[in-house]
Design a protein around this ligand. Structure first.
Ligand SMILES: C[S@@+](CC[C@H](N)C(=O)[O-])C[C@H]1O[C@@H](n2cnc3c(N)ncnc32)[C@H](O)[C@@H]1O
Ligand code: SF4
Length: 305
């Protein structure tokens, strides 16, 4: 995936840092050494999910990951501890950000995430802030989850594709029923417990034709503190091939035109939508005038190519 709702909002995505990784960092924990910073999106439950969104690029990865041969999708306790320890010790920045995605990470249960926080505290160096973000379909969130997420200041990315008709068209459970009602319950719980969250909305053939309905719904019904949009894409061979099996000389680099959906020779297929769009952010702190301009721009660019 391009990036989770939260990963894109995290400061680690800053390109200036990527270009100058040798900046010396102030503070006792760095002992005059250059700053080492990275960002990994962990998928501790692999490609397992409790629902079955029609456009999901990730569910089919289960076949590549050999779960059927007895390989567990879950990051077990020992691996989790190793991951957290190495991730912390591999960085010496003032803030270290963990991103949890999937599949549906909340399927691991609340105790799993309590363990994560416990392990982070165990390895937390003095003076370093540790933050977490979690991307979820929201269907398993309840009061206990939200109390926890608020207490430990998780930034939650909630996937919602707009009003019920648009959302339920593709975001369905295994019985083929829409999940909108459950996601709206999650929205209320997130507000009730004052959890920091952002919405992540797929731009597909339906939402792209109803940009104002989507925008107004997210603004007025969801009261989304931060709206993020992602176009539906999928690499052509991903359902049958794993990216790591390719020769490194064949691996495409950022900026290569073949990575752009719709381009001649593109390796990306267009799924249910053909878009020009990257990820767009809208914040509630925008002034009304600027918001109106943005809506006008959105209306014009959220058109299928
Ligand atoms: C793969 S899901 C994993 C986390 C969680 N299950 C969820 O739905 O938020 C992460 C995000 O990827 C989006 N997504 C799924 N299939 C996609 C595709 N083919 N192209 C772009 N985004 C996609 C989902 O809508 C969701 O917002
Ligand atoms: S909830 Fe997330 S992981 Fe599950 S099917 Fe939908 S997009 Fe894929």
């Amino acid at each position: 995936m391009v990036s989770s709702a939260n990963a894109t909002t995290s400061p680690v995505a800053s390109s200036s840092n990527a270009e100058s990784p040798m900046q010396l960092t102030q503070g006792p924990q760095f002992q005059g050494r250059p700053s080492k910073r990275m960002h990994v999106m962990a998928k501790p439950i692999g490609a397992v999910c409790n629902i079955d969104c029609n456009y999901c690029y990730y569910l089919s990865k289960q076949d590549l990951l050999e779960y059927k041969k007895g390989c567990s999708p879950e990051m077990d306790g020992a691996m989790l501890e190793q991951y957290i320890k190495n991730y912390i010790q591999g960085q010496n920045t003032p803030e270290i950000i963990f991103s949890w995605q999937g599949g549906e990470p909340t399927m691991l249960g609340l105790n799993y995430f309590k363990k994560i926080v416990e392990l982070q505290t165990k390895y937390q160096p003095p003076g370093v802030k540790i933050s977490n973000d979690l991307q979820t379909n929201g269907t398993l969130l309840d009061d206990k989850w939200c109390e926890f997420l608020a207490k430990y200041n998780f930034l939650v990315g909630l996937s919602i594709d707009g009003p019920q008709m648009l959302h339920d068209a593709y975001r369905t459970n295994r019985a083929g029923r829409g999940t909108h009602k459950q996601v709206m319950q999650a929205v209320e719980l997130l507000h009730k417990h004052k959890v920091s969250f952002a919405t992540l909305t797929c731009v597909n053939n339906l939402t792209s034709k109803n940009p104002l309905e989507v925008y107004r719904f997210l603004r007025d019904e969801v009261r989304s503190p931060q709206m993020q949009f992602i176009p539906i894409v999928e690499q052509k061979t991903f359902r049958t091939d794993a990216p790591q099996t390719g020769q490194s000389s064949e691996q495409l680099r950022q900026g290569d035109k073949r990575l752009i959906p719709g381009n001649a020779n593109s390796i990306m297929e267009l799924g249910v939508c053909r878009m020009r769009l990257g990820v767009i952010f809208l914040s509630q702190s925008l002034t009304n005038g600027f918001r109106k301009t943005l809506v006008r721009c959105l209306s014009s660019i959220l058109k299928p190519v």
